[in-house]
Design a protein around this ligand. Structure first.
Ligand code: KG4
Length: 336
């Protein structure tokens, strides 16, 4: 089954053709990051307009690179939430028109379910159940993936997403947008014990997380040093910050895995590219005996392949939509 899939939830327009869930025939992305970098964050209205400009060309390019024609498309899939509502609407409306014109099923895909699916592409042996740490610019969740379309949130951030923290601290440091990758590079060789950041524990919800205090502490530290004219050891600041984020994430996902007893831990989303978090997960899983599934860096960020992969399993579960499909800024992963 050839699925033509679209992703437009934030600042990347992506299209892909995926065969039978796990074989990626093509994957094309138009990133708008340079445009938003001018403003230090995503400007929703600009994102929507850029998606409109890019999506039709990407659809044709995805088919061309897959060596397919329109008649070879068996279904059209699209991210319908969560994300920026205007950005999502571009993908949803384009996918609706494509499915209608090609007379094939339309498959709505939850963005975070898509991120989890990136692991199926990278690891052909991986099957549910497993526990997945989903960490991106807008989401930080620990999910019990009981089946391909059967998921439950075990823990969530109470405020900011982990990726947003990296982005905001990087913005204050003036090292670029999105800030996660530059922060990661800056941290190499830094002393992760040099700066101490607060760790928050949510009373009665030990798997929940909080990042806003951590973000504020880092920003205050930078501003205070600036006001006093003190030089900061930036690699050590970045390394200590990454360590604090990792300390919030890794023990909780390991505890979730212990409780579920699946023996398998996966990670998904843009922040899954972080070298410190990957290292800490490797160490923790080596100790616990859990099998660890890390997606390659190319599949951590937003892409169309992950949507085409998850769409296959949604289709098998009967989750298709008609022309009344809407986009949702917020959507529970359990509802799909
Ligand atoms: O999954 P993604 O591409 O988009 C969303 O769905 O949000 O994630 C983007 C996020 C951004 O916050 C970016 O700074 C972060 O992933 N990110 C990283 C790294 N690479 C990307 N964060 C930490 N370390 C990295 N190496």
């Amino acid at each position: 089954m050839n699925i033509l899939a679209f992703e437009s939830s934030c600042d990347e327009t992506a299209a892909a053709v995926v065969r039978d869930g796990r074989t990626v025939l093509s994957d094309v992305i138009a990133s708008q990051a340079d445009m938003h970098a001018i403003y230090g964050g995503v400007v929703p209205e600009i994102a929507s307009r850029k998606h409109i400009e890019a999506i039709a060309g990407l659809a044709g390019e995805a088919l061309r690179r897959a060596g397919l024609e329109k008649k070879d498309v068996d279904a059209v899939a699209v991210t319908y939430g969560p994300g920026l509502i205007g950005a999502l609407l571009v993908g949803v409306n384009f996918a609706k028109a494509a499915a209608f014109a090609l007379d094939v099923p339309l498959i709505p895909v939850h963005h975070v379910r898509g991120h989890i699916s990136a692991n199926y592409i990278a690891h052909p042996d991986l099957e549910p159940p497993f526990v997945c740490l989903c960490v991106s610019g807008g989401t930080t969740l620990i999910v019990d993936v009981r089946g391909y379309t059967d998921m439950e949130i075990l823990g969530a951030t109470r405020d900011d997403a982990a990726g947003e923290c990296f982005d905001k601290v990087a913005r204050v440091l003036g090292i670029g947008y999105p800030g996660g990758a530059p922060m990661d590079r800056l941290s190499q060789g830094g002393d992760d014990k040099k700066y101490v950041f607060p760790q928050v524990h949510v009373h009665d919800a030990p798997l929940d997380m909080s990042f806003s205090g951590l973000k504020t502490a880092a920003i205050n530290l930078i501003h205070n040093a600036g006001q006093k004219g003190e030089a900061l050891d930036l690699p050590s600041l970045a390394a200590s910050f990454a360590g604090a984020v990792s300390d919030m994430l890794v023990p909780r996902v390991m505890e979730a895995s212990r409780r579920c007893g699946h023996g398998k831990v996966a990670v998904a989303g843009g922040v899954a590219a972080n070298s410190r978090i990957r290292r800490d997960l490797e160490r923790a899983c080596a100790q616990s005996g859990d099998a660890l599934y890390l997606p390659p860096l190319s599949l951590c960020g937003d892409n169309g392949s992950m949507i085409g992969c998850q769409a296959y399993y949604e289709y098998l579960a009967g989750h298709t939509a008609d022309m009344s499909l809407n986009a949702y800024a917020n959507r529970d992963i359990g509802r799909g």
